[in-house]
Design a protein around this ligand. Structure first.
Ligand code: PEP
Length: 256
């Protein structure tokens, strides 16, 4: 992390876990244990139906609420969907876009991810855009090209003044939910590549201001080493965000 130029952000992704009452119990525990948050931003990305509860529970804290997805259109006949304006109106600050589970199970393409990014920014939300390679792609040696392409596609048409509002999460698919973490060097190498890609598109000043997270089995044990890397500006955390002591330990590692 490099706090001089950009925010360190620790974001929990609850995925499809926790009813509102279970979520409230978890947030109460996190609030108690997390202590004073000084040097980083903390976000809990909860299921849509948990959002009002989370906003209430976190009202007087420095923990922000995020969503895990949104539709790219502003409104209309899209049964079952939720727009960026609906999230913004509730008080949501961040929204995860293009998580690999959405790309894999719900057919989200780079083009759709880009539409969602543009809609989120337009509504005043901070998108957390996920990019990452499969193990076969890493083994084929195409990780760099693939990640650069995902980043370029996600950012297509994003105006210069909005790029700093974005967060990019490097999430190697082989590390998500597997207990297999990228080494700190591997994580930093790709986060650096993402920054270089942004630099080519928007220049050095903008690139150094963008928060780039690592995600993939980050936990209480490996967080400090990953966050010590110069281009790893935080974490997107799945499994460990569901246990207050683990999530708190990661926040503490970022808060050093
Ligand atoms: C994720 O879902 O974004 C994630 C990183 O999950 P986990 O921490 O469980 O690997």
């Amino acid at each position: 992390m490099n706090r001089r130029y950009r925010k360190t952000i620790i974001a929990g992704n609850w995925k499809m876990n926790k009813t509102a009452s279970e979520g409230k119990a978890l947030l109460d525990e996190i609030k108690q244990s997390v202590g004073k948050i000084k040097w980083c931003e903390v976000v809990c990305c909860v299921p849509f139906v948990d959002i009002p509860m989370a906003l209430r529970a976190l009202k007087d804290t420095r923990i922000a609420v995020g969503a895990q997805n949104m539709h790219h259109e502003a409104s209309g006949a899209y049964t079952g969907e939720v727009s960026a304006a609906m999230l913004k109106d509730l008080g949501v600050k961040y929204v995860i876009i293009g998580h690999s589970e959405r790309r894999e199970y719900f057919g989200e393409t780079d083009e759709l991810v880009n539409k969602k990014v543009l809609a989120a920014l337009e509504a005043g939300l901070h998108p957390i855009v996920c990019v990452g390679e499969r193990l076969e792609q890493r083994d084929m040696g195409i990780t760099h090209e693939l990640i650069a392409m995902q980043v370029k596609a996600a950012l297509a048409g994003v105006p210069q003044d909005k790029v700093r509002k974005m967060v990019i999460a490097y999430e190697p698919i082989w590390a998500i939910g597997t207990g297999r973490t990228a080494t700190a060097e591997q994580a930093n190498e790709i986060c650096e590549l993402i920054r270089a890609t942004i630099r080519k598109m928007y220049g050095a000043r903008t690139a150094r201001a963008v928060t780039i997270q690592y995600g993939g089995s980050m936990n209480a044990k490996n967080a400090s080493e990953l966050l010590a890397q110069p281009d790893v500006d935080g974490g997107l955390i799945g499994g460990a965000s569901l246990k207050a002591p683990d999530f708190t330990a990661i926040v503490e590692a970022a808060n050093q």
